[in-house]
Design a protein around this ligand. Structure first.
Ligand code: NAP
Ligand code: MG
Length: 506
């Protein structure tokens, strides 16, 4: 079967394809133009809900990355330089308007491409994603320098000047690219940098469409370029490129290590948002009516394909059995199904490979002695063609078991008992990761001990998964470095320059 036949069969089955997929053979967006790979090679991208080919992507390699980086460099030194902060802010605001106008189309594209529930997840996140863009629009006007005092003899004026770092490379994962890309686009546009984006091969479509909207918003061609392809080819070429000044990488800790090595050549600045194995800690004095659904969605949301998923659920002895029962019952109420249906809570996993990997962890959990309390199987019936897995819950887990150590990236939760506050803290911190955490308690002393003691970039108290662009997000330990959002993120996109102006002879 050639590409056209395969994509046609899906087109025939769906009446809902966005216009963007009228031509399902996608190209790179470089210098404001759709261009094929120099090699003309293509790769398929799938709809994980059906397993069918959704579109084909251009397979970018080193020469395509080179071309895009050259274009981004030219744009950085060209007309984009002349945009004042106010003009950059206006482009971002126009982009926010267009993004809102096309939100239904973009979320449909994303849902078809990577399987997230259209209504309960993607469209429910509308305000958050638009507020993120608008936050960076405001940041564009806040970039300045400083005139620090000095202790120098004479009449020396000292200045700190800030300037955009230049060309930014961005490597984005598949688990939520529509949202994820904003944390690169925002600071790039606010500071006056330019970008080459390499989306994940499994979910590139919403990023391509967003780049097209940026042009419509008035962004000069070449400021944001998208090169699709494989991580080991296009991604690695971008990470190693000698003319990229900064690389923003979101993905696994394992690939993060490769990125650090690849970046050494020209010492490019790095922002690494990596994996996690986050603890969600329930104390006996917690309000269980809130804690049960909160903890469940902390792990099952996006079918567990979230970096900050609270997969290690520590429950205080005394309520342990009751909590496990309630969590199991709640997980069975969550609808697993076609991501386009209104009431679907869990869509498919991204790929057969990911499903196999997650099922492998389910087997390992059982082999190591954990008890499977709920789920654990691939869905059958109408859902048999897609990569669907039931929400899965393990009891009798210890923090030393593989399911409690390694990032699974699927809807698999482990309940681990603890006794005292200090024991909870010790177990929570006993992990190489440090991305996020949750605490459920009505005791302010317990809450404060945990907030200060947990080694993770975020602590959610009596809630899980809230994110705000003004606050930001980042990791401790092997979950990476560099803060995403907040005022300090902008600093990473700026060079600082000190000027000493000797005015004594003037
Ligand atoms: P991944 O395998 O590390 O891939 C992430 C991105 O890197 C993809 O675009 C991938 O391209 C590319 N890539 C793969 N190998 C590469 C290489 N050698 N050089 C350069 N780029 C390369 O991660 P994933 O499975 O897509 O995403 C899940 C991971 O992301 C999880 O570990 C999750 O925790 C993490 N994540 C972290 C955050 C955070 O904010 N901390 C947010 C979201 C996700 P291809 O896919 O095309 O190969
Ligand atoms: Mg896909």
């Amino acid at each position: 079967m050639d590409h056209d036949e395969k994509t046609m069969s899906l087109n025939e089955r769906s009446t809902l394809l966005p216009n963007f997929l009228e031509d399902p053979n996608k190209k790179h967006l470089i210098d404001g133009q759709w261009v094929a790979s120099m090699s003309e090679e293509r790769i398929d991208t799938f709809n994980p809900a059906t397993g069918a080919v959704l579109a084909t992507l251009s397979r970018g390699r080193t020469q395509d990355i080179d071309r895009a980086v050259q274009v981004a460099r030219r744009a950085f030194e060209g007309p984009w330089r002349l945009f004042t902060p106010a003009a950059r802010q206006q482009v971002i605001m126009r982009f926010a308007e267009l993004f809102e106008k096309h939100f239904d189309e973009l979320t449909l594209l994303e849902s078809l491409d990577m399987g997230a529930p259209l209504h309960k997840r993607l469209r429910a996140g509308k305000s958050g994603i638009i507020q993120t863009i608008l936050y960076f629009a405001a940041q564009a006007r806040n970039i300045g320098g400083a005139l620090p005092h000095n202790s120098l003899a004479g009449n020396v004026t000292t200045m700190i000047i800030q300037a955009p770092v230049g060309v930014v490379g961005a490597i984005i994962p598949w688990n939520g690219p529509l949202f994820s890309q904003m944390h690169v686009l925002g600071p790039v546009l606010a500071t006056g940098c330019t970008a080459v984006i390499k989306p994940a091969e499994d979910a590139s479509l919403a990023i391509l469409r967003t780049a097209e909207l940026l042009l419509e918003a008035g962004l000069p061609p070449g400021v944001v370029n998208v090169v699709t392809g494989l991580g080991v080819e296009a991604g690695a070429a971008l990470a190693a490129h000698p003319d990229v000044n900064r690389l923003a990488f979101t993905g696994s800790t394992q690939v993060g290590r490769e990125i650090i090595k690849a970046s050494a050549g020209n010492m490019k600045r790095l922002q690494l948002e990596l994996g996690g194995k986050s603890p969600d800690i329930v104390f006996a004095d917690a309000d269980l009516e809130k804690a049960v659904p909160g903890v469940a969605m902390g792990v099952y949301s996006n079918s567990g394909q979230i970096c900050f998923a609270g997969t290690r659920i520590f429950v205080q002895r005394g309520i342990q059995e009751e909590f496990l029962d309630q969590l199991a019952s709640y997980s069975k109420t969550l609808k697993v199904g076609n991501p386009l249906e209104e009431d679907t809570v869990l869509g498919p996993l991204i790929s057969q490979r990911q499903l196999d990997r997650v099922l492998g962890y389910v087997r390992t959990g059982q082999d190591e002695g954990a008890s499977l309390v709920a789920g654990g199987s691939r869905m059958g019936g109408d859902l048999a063609e897609g990569y669907y897995l039931e929400p899965t819950l393990f009891g009798q887990v210890t923090n030393a078991m593989t399911v409690a150590r390694e990032e699974i990236f699927g809807p698999v939760a482990s309940v681990i008992p603890f006794g005292t506050v200090e024991e909870a803290l010790r177990l929570a911190n006993d992990t190489p990761y440090g991305l996020a955490s949750g605490v459920w308690s009505s005791n302010v002393n317990t809450v404060m001990r945990m907030v200060h003691g947990i080694q993770a970039g975020t602590v959610w108290v009596n809630c899980y998964g809230l994110i705000d662009p003004a606050v930001g997000f980042g990791g401790y330990k092997e979950s990476g470095y560099g803060w995403k959002g907040g005022e300090s993120q902008i600093d990473g996109y700026l060079y600082q320059k000190a000027a000493y102006i000797n005015g004594s002879n003037v």
